[in-house]
Design a protein. Sequence first.
Length: 191
Amino acid sequence: MFARLLIVLMSLSGFGCDAPTSPRGAAPESLIQNGTFERYGRPTLAEWRFGNRDLASPVHSAPPGHGEWSLRLDADWAPTLGFAYVSVPDVHPGDSLRLSAFVRALPPDGCGGISLVMGRSLWAGRVYGKGTVDTTWTLLSVEAVVSDDPADSVWVVLSSPHTEVTARSGLFDGVELTRLAPPPLGATRAR
């Protein structure tokens, strides 16, 4: 009887062998660095790579609760080189991932999109993405499972829209990539 009561109390209080190691209610840690494009209140684009660095700039604008700076990406043509990307080395086959970011289109014809790319190449991988033309900060998210192929890699990509005539831009902030489920036992690290 006492053992049964102890098991019920442990399950109700969140204790047990399978309980998460992070404090209750704590947000999962992002697998990418510098998703707010600032450090110590100053703008920085560190850790990010660009299709064309001249099309990327820090902007003094951010969604509530996400600092003061964001990333602006301008479109240059079709296909645009107005994109930013970062490789994510700490993933494993079978990981379930969620990419989320606040995105804001700049008027009059702006747009912005986020993508999770998985495969042997950034240019030839499977793409899981979403975009918005909303001119207010909009939280976008996509989910995907890392393939069982240990040769596959994972990238986070932010992009302005393609354009041929008008200038088109998007703002990005609060970029996070979180693991939704732990990797299976014995999983090897993806490259």
